[in-house]
Write a protein that binds this ligand. Structure first.
Ligand SMILES: Cc1ncc(COP(=O)(O)O)c(C=O)c1O
Length: 441
C-alpha cells in the first residue's frame, strides 16, 4: 500500500485512478485453469465466450475472444472488409488503439469531432467527411456513456458503411434497455487490466453472421482452419489448412479463466461503480468551475468517471489531488495531436480540443472503499469552492490542506451556498466540511 504522510503519525492511503478487483474467486479460477494443464486457447476460452454472449443476451450473434481489445478492433475491421485504399472515420477524442487498428489494415484514418454532451461521435460533422473511399465508422461509447448510436447507424445506412462500435468502455451499458453489442453491426470490447472486467489482457468481437464468425476465428489464429473446434476441446488439430492471412490474437485458457471469474460478478461491479459516479456527480454538479457529464448513470456501465474542469485549472486540480494522495488521469489526449496521426484528414476539432483540455479522470473502482469516495469528493469540492470564492473575491481564509473536517469561514454554513449563480457574498460562519455535508450534496 502506498501512503502519504499527513500530520504527526498520520498517513493517508494512496488512491489510484484504477484498481482491478481481483478476489479469491479469481485466484481459484486461475489455479483451477493451471491445474487442467492446457494453458493455451481451449475450453475455458469457449466458456468465456459463451458467458459474454449470455451476458449481452445475444440472439443469433456470435462472440470471438481475442488477446486484446486492439486486436479485436483490427480483425473486426478486416471482417468488415476494410483494407488498403479505404477510409475509416473515427473520433480523435479516443484511445489510439482504434487509429492503429485502422492503419494495420492498410486503410486511412479520418478523424472527426465529438459532441459536447456525450463526448461521442458528432454524426453531422462525420457526414461532412464521407467520401467514395469511406468504408466504415468507428463510434466510441466514451467512458461507457452511449454515443448517438441511432444517428450513427442512419449515416451508415445512407452511405452503405460498416459500423464497428468501439464498446471497449461499455460492457453492460444499455440503449433503450438493450445492451450495447446485442444488436447492430460489429462491436468490440476490451478486458485489459483496468477495464470493468479484466482477463488481465483480452478483448472480443461480436458479429452477426456465421460467415464473419468463421473469418474472425481464422484471423485470430494464424489463418488456420479447423483448429478452433479442436482447441475448444483442449486439443489440437494436426491436419489443417491455412485459409487466410492470420494473426496470433487468440485468448488463452489462463486469461479466459480470469475473465470467467470476473464476468460472474459484473452486475455487482457495475452497480457499485454507478453509485460512485452518481455520488460524484451530485457532489460536483452544483459547484462552479466544473461540469459533470451525467447525473443519472442508470444506462451506463461506467469505465471511468470523467469530470470537465473549467477555467484552465485542470493541472492545478490534479496537483491539488496529488498532494492529498489522490491520483487522477487524463482521457484522452486527442489523437490528431500525436505526430504519427497529425497528418490524417480531419474536420474541425473545436469540441475535441476544448474537451481534451478540460477532462480529468477521477478514481473509480469496483466496490470502491467509501472512505476513498469521500476523500475524492472532499478533495475536488475543496478545490472548486476555493476557486469559486477567489473568483468572486469572497476572500475565504484557511482553506485546509487536510481533506476532512475543517472550518470554512466565509461560507454561510454549507458549500451548497456557493452554487452556481447564487450568493455573490457570504457571511462569515464556521463551516465544518463533514461526511454529513458530503452525503447531502
Ligand atoms: C477506447 C478504447 N479503445 C480500444 C482500447 C484497446 O483495448 P486494449 O487495451 O484491450 O487493447 C482501449 C484501451 O484502453 C480504449 O480505451
Amino acid at each position: 500500500m502506498q501512503a502519504i504522510r499527513q500530520g504527526v503519525g498520520e498517513t493517508l492511503e494512496h488512491i489510484p485512478v484504477f484498481a482491478p478487483h481481483i478476489g479469491v474467486d479469481t485466484l481459484k479460477h486461475l489455479t483451477d485453469a493451471l491445474d487442467v494443464g492446457w494453458l493455451g486457447m481451449g475450453a475455458t476460452t469457449k466458456d468465456f465466450e459463451e458467458r459474454i454472449a449470455a451476458y449481452l443476451e445475444l440472439d443469433g450473434r456470435h462472440v470471438v475472444a481475442t488477446n486484446t481489445g486492439t486486436s479485436a478492433l483490427h480483425i473486426a475491421l478486416l471482417a468488415a472488409g476494410v483494407g488498403p485504399g479505404d477510409e475509416v472515420i473515427v473520433p480523435s477524442f479516443n484511445y489510439v488503439a482504434d487509429h492503429q487498428a485502422i492503419r494495420y489494415t492498410g486503410a486511412d484514418v479520418v478523424m472527426c469531432d465529438v459532441r459536447d454532451d456525450n463526448l461521442g461521435i458528432d454524426v453531422e460533422k462525420a457526414r461532412r467527411l464521407v467520401t467514395s473511399r469511406t468504408k466504415a465508422l468507428i463510434p466510441l461509447h466514451f467512458a461507457g456513456i452511449p454515443c448517438d448510436r441511432k444517428a450513427t447507424y442512419a449515416l451508415a445506412r445512407e452511405f452503405g458503411l460498416r459500423v464497428v462500435e468501439d464498446a471497449c468502455h461499455a460492457l453492460g451499458s444499455t440503449i433503450d434497455g438493450a445492451k450495447i453489442g446485442s444488436d447492430g453491426d460489429i462491436a468490440c470490447f476490451s478486458f485489459d487490466p483496468v477495464k470493468i472486467i479484466t482477463s488481465i489482457d483480452g478483448g472480443c468481437v461480436v458479429v452477426n453472421s456465421e460467415e464473419e464468425l468463421a473469418k474472425l476465428q481464422h484471423l485470430r489464429l494464424l489463418g488456420v482452419d479447423k483448429d478452433t473446434t479442436e482447441r475448444y476441446k483442449n486439443a489440437r488439430a494436426w491436419e489443417y489448412d491455412v485459409v487466410d492471412q492470420g494473426y496470433r490474437y487468440h485468448l488463452t485458457n489462463i486469461m479466459a479463466s480470469v475473465g470467467v471469474s470476473q464476468i460472474k460478478r459484473i452486475d455487482e461491479f457495475i452497480v457499485s461503480r454507478r453509485l460512485v459516479c452518481e455520488r460524484y456527480s451530485r457532489a460536483f454538479s452544483s459547484l462552479d468551475g466544473a461540469r459533470v457529464l451525467r447525473l443519472d448513470y442508470a444506462d451506463v456501465s461506467p469505465f471511468i468517471y470523467s469530470l470537465r474542469v473549467l477555467g484552465n485549472r485542470r493541472t492545478e486540480l490534479i496537483e491539488h489531488l496529488k498532494e492529498r494522495g489522490i491520483a487522477a488521469g487524463i482521457h484522452f489526449m486527442p489523437v490528431h495531436h500525436h505526430s504519427y496521426f497529425s497528418h490524417c484528414r480531419r474536420d474541425d476539432m473545436a469540441v475535441t480540443d476544448r474537451v481534451a483540455s478540460e477532462v480529468v479522470t477521477l478514481p473509480l473502482h469496483s466496490n470502491m472503499k467509501p472512505a476513498f469516495v469521500e476523500r475524492v469528493i472532499d478533495g475536488v469540492c475543496i478545490f472548486l469552492v476555493k476557486h469559486a470564492a477567489l473568483d468572486r473575491n469572497i476572500g475565504i481564509k484557511n482553506i485546509p490542506s487536510q481533506p476532512t473536517a475543517f472550518s470554512f469561514p466565509g461560507c454561510g454554513g454549507c458549500l451548497c451556498r456557493l452554487r452556481r449563480g447564487r450568493r455573490r457574498s457570504v457571511t462569515p460562519a464556521r463551516h465544518v466540511f463533514s461526511r454529513r455535508h458530503s452525503s447531502r450534496i
